[in-house]
Each structure stands twice: as C-alpha cells, then as structure tokens.
Design a protein around this ligand. Structure first.
Ligand SMILES: Nc1nc2c(c(=O)[nH]1)N(C=O)[C@@H](CNc1ccc(C(=O)N[C@@H](CCC(=O)O)C(=O)O)cc1)CN2
Ligand SMILES: Nc1nc2c(ncn2[C@@H]2O[C@H](COP(=O)(O)OP(=O)(O)OP(=O)(O)O)[C@@H](O)[C@H]2O)c(=O)[nH]1
Length: 427
C-alpha cells in the first residue's frame, strides 16, 4: 500500500496550511524532514529540512494505525500557509521513496476501505465540505455521524427477526403442524414498511436542503423584478431599466435565507411579444418558473402574468412606494416591505425543509424503493399461505441487501469512483 500525501487545507495563501500523510511510511517520511517525532496524538514543534535546505518551522502530529482518520499510520504537518512553503514541503515529500501525491478523495476512500466510514457517511462528508448554510451543515453532519447506518441497523434487526420466524417454520414443516407465523412476520414487515415510506417521503425536502431551493421571481415586464432581485441579493446582479423587456436570460443569485440555501431566479417579464429574442426569454422564464420550488409573483397593478400561482406561491404587490397595496407589498427601490417579504419566504421554505431527514439523494431513494418492492412482494407471498413461505424469505433477503447497499456493503466499485472523484485533493 502506497503512502499518500496532499495538502488537506484550502489552496491559496493562508496563515497555516495542513499537509497530511497516510500509509505505512507516513511517520518515517515525516521523520526524514523533522527528526525525532512527538508522541502519537501530541503536537510537537519541529524544524523541517530536506537535502540541507531549511523548509519551515512546523507543528508535527502523528496518528497510530487503528486510531486515525484513515485507519492507517497518519501524520500531519501544520506549516506556514505560503504557497511557496507548501510547494517546498510537498516536493520534499515527493522525493521520498514509496510516497506519492494522493488522488482526490483518496484519504476518505482509505477510511472507508478500513471500515472507518460507510458509504452514506462518505456522502455526508462530501456534503459537509460543500456546506454553505446552517441547514446544509447540520444535515450533512447528521449523515456523517452515521444517521443512515442507525436506521439500517434497526430495520435489519427487524428483518432478521422476521426471517428467523420464517426459517423455523420452513425447517420443521414436515415434522409437525407448525403454528402460523405469518401474522407476526407480516406485522414486523409492516413496521419496517412504515418507516421506509416515511424516509422516502423525506427525501425531496433533504434534497432541497442539500442543493438549495429555487425561487423564481415572475411578473409582467417592468414590474420591478430585477430591482427586487438586486435588493434581495444586496448587489447589482441583474440589469434594471425603464425599458420593458430588459431581462431576457434567467439570472441566478445564490443566497442564504435563514440558514437555507436558495437560488433566486430573475426571469424575463411575461407577456405576448413579437420580438423574437424576447419571446425566447419569455419561454425560458416560463420553463424555469414552472420547475422552481416556489414562485414569487411580483404584481404591477392587478393582472397576473401568463402563469397561474400554485397554492404555496407568494403573490406580492410591487412598487409599494408608489401605490397602496393589499396584503404583502414591497419596493425594491426603497426597500420598503423587504424584511417582511424575506421573513415570509423564509417561513415557507423552512416549513418544507423541516421535513428533511438523513436520506438525502437519489441513490438513497433507489435503495429504499428496492427494499420497499421486496417487502411488498414478501407480504404478497405471506398472504398466499404456508407453502409460499420460502419465497417470502427470499424477498426478505433481497430487502436486507437493498438496505445494506445504502451503506455500500454491496457492489459499489463504480459508485465509489464517481463519489471520490468529486472530492477535493487532500480529503
Ligand atoms: N488536524 C486535523 N483536523 C481535523 C481532521 C484531521 O484529519 N486533521 N479531521 C478529519 O477529517 C476532522 C476530524 N475528524 C477525525 C476523525 C477521526 C480521527 C481519528 O483519529 N479517529 C480515530 C481515533 C478516535 C479517538 O481518539 O477518539 C479512530 O476513529 O479510531 C481524527 C480526526 C476535522 N478536523
Ligand atoms: N417607484 C419604483 N420604481 C421601481 C421599483 N422597482 C423598479 N422600479 C422601476 O421600474 C423600472 C423597471 O424595473 P426593473 O427592475 O428593470 O423591472 P423588471 O420587472 O425586471 O423588468 P423586465 O426586465 O422588463 O421584465 C425601472 O425604471 C425601475 O427603476 C420600485 O419599487 N418603485
């Protein structure tokens, strides 16, 4: 097993940078630069030098095999965060025999191979590193902490109990008339089925938290959509003008609304138009607005644009500085009503986000649905009577396997390549 190394901290100038090593020669390689090593898990200040060249004064930290992030012998060099310092130390490490630069996600891959993290935790770690808002951070941490594994363990225990009841009857079927275990097995399965349905129901909210909610501002030309977007974003992201039909392409702004990641969309004003380019803009606006999680209708007068609000959409009177509006009204120009609008928007999105759980992506949905299908099939066999119990037991095994694949215990190689390649180097 090669010993790998990489900068674990972010690229670019910084106060301190962390370079980590993992593998059988991690300690030896650090010792070649730093001399005597501090006791494991204790930081020691050392002069690093290589080939007679003084590289830096650094903190050195060693972790023993079996008690490290990767499970291998690990070491860290906490050096001054100059790009030149990091380069010099990386080059000195690359010159050591048996050492090579880590690939993206390779430390985490080793952690998983050594049983330190399961696949869902690896996904949680990837999400945590990407997290930009409080809700993303909390959700990712719950997954990294093993939330998926806890659920799977509970379900697995129940399925094993159900399988054991079936096996007992299957094995003794010829000797005596066995008692009918079907009702008990069926109710065990029903409990798991209830849990699975609940978790599947949470995925879309978790996905929204993870990827961000899309909120589209829609309205007639000149309603003040771009001005409102800029006011919400706190910067001039979109061009505004008194010319109706100014915005053509969809403009996206990432925001943090009360801890939720939100992509705000400014769209072309909706109207019938002869202008070819504007018409394309209107078509795009309609498409993106329909696909968004929520539409913010900005009215200039009474008439709705070419789109019907959904029950959860926000309908707001614009240019509040010019006219008295009923209900919510806002002025992007003066900022009047902006706080109330943000509060209302945040409330609606938070309501949806509150349904989130630890199942956070399409892969989880697919595994859960396979388990659901298998359990549905098992229930059908149970209902068909004693001679079908063996088939029911088969379906139970399939359900258990589907659940275990949430943790990456089965056929994951292709998946792993995809997941780890999305990591940054040093993780
Ligand atoms: N400097 C530094 N900070 C860091 C990390 C790191 O690798 N280095 N982490 C890395 O991403 C995170 C902390 N995560 C870690 C997870 C496990 C172990 C570890 O050594 N686990 C051993 C021992 C556990 C114990 O002593 O309680 C184990 O699980 O056996 C270390 C860090 C965040 N901060
Ligand atoms: N009085 C007042 N004028 C506003 C307000 N918001 C925007 N305007 C003006 O209305 C005109 C159109 O504003 P925009 O923000 O470009 O409107 P839009 O809805 O993005 O327009 P399109 O891109 O054509 O769809 C500009 O002259 C703005 O200065 C407001 O709250 N109050």
């Amino acid at each position: 097993m090669a010993t790998i190394f990489a900068q674990a901290s972010g690229r670019g100038k910084a106060g301190v940078a962390v370079i980590r090593l993992s593998g059988p020669q991690a300690w030896e390689a650090v010792s070649a630069l730093a001399g005597r090593l501090p006791a494991p898990r204790q930081a020691g200040l050392r002069r690093l030098s290589f080939a007679g060249d003084y590289l830096d004064e650094a903190l050195v930290l060693c972790f023993e095999k079996g008690a490290s992030f990767t499970g291998e012998d690990c070491a860290e060099l906490q050096v001054h965060g100059a790009t030149a310092t990091v380069q010099a130390v990386l080059q000195a490490l690359a010159a050591q025999p048996g050492l090579r630069l880590a690939e993206p996600g390779e430390f985490t891959r080793r952690a998983m191979e050594n049983g330190r993290l399961d696949l869902s935790q690896v996904e949680g770690l990837a999400d945590l590193i990407e997290a930009e808002t409080e809700a993303q951070r909390k959700q990712a941490l719950a997954v990294l902490s093993g939330g998926v594994g806890q659920l799977v363990e509970r379900w697995r225990t129940q399925l094993i109990r159900a399988a054991a009841l079936l096996e007992a009857v299957i094995d003794f079927a010829d000797e005596e008339v066995p008692e009918d275990v079907s009702p008990e097995v069926s109710s065990l399965l029903a409990a798991v089925q209830g849990d699975l349905a609940r978790e599947v129901g949470r995925i879309s909210a978790s996905e929204r938290v993870r990827e961000g909610f899309e909120v589209a501002i829609v309205g007639r030309p000149n309603a003040g959509k771009s001005t409102l977007l800029n006011a919400l974003a706190g910067r001039e992201a979109a061009i505004t003008s008194e010319v109706a039909g100014t915005t053509r392409d969809v403009i996206e702004v990432r925001m943090d609304l009360g801890g939720l990641a939100v992509t705000l969309l400014d769209t072309a004003g909706l109207r019938e138009t002869e202008d070819k380019v504007e018409a394309i803009g209107v078509e795009r606006a309609l498409q993106r607005a329909r696909a968004a999680d929520l539409r913010l209708f900005l009215l200039d007068g009474d008439d709705l644009p070419l789109l019907v609000p959904q029950p959860d959409d926000l309908v707001v009177q614009g240019k509040a500085d010019l006219a008295e509006g009923q209900g919510l009204s806002v002025s992007g120009k003066t900022g009047a009503g902006l706080d109330r609008l943000v509060a209302e928007l945040t409330k609606r999105l938070s309501d949806r986000a509150s349904g989130a759980g630890v199942m956070t992506r399409e892969r989880h949905r697919a595994c859960l649905q396979r388990a659901q299908n298998a359990l549905d099939a098992a229930q059908v066999e149970l209902a068909l009577g004693q001679e079908r119990l063996e088939l029911a037991a088969d379906h139970l095994r399939n359900a258990a396997r589907a659940l275990e694949s949430l943790l990456g215990r089965v056929d994951v190689e292709a998946l792993l390549d995809e997941i780890f390649s999305s990591f940054c180097i040093g993780k």
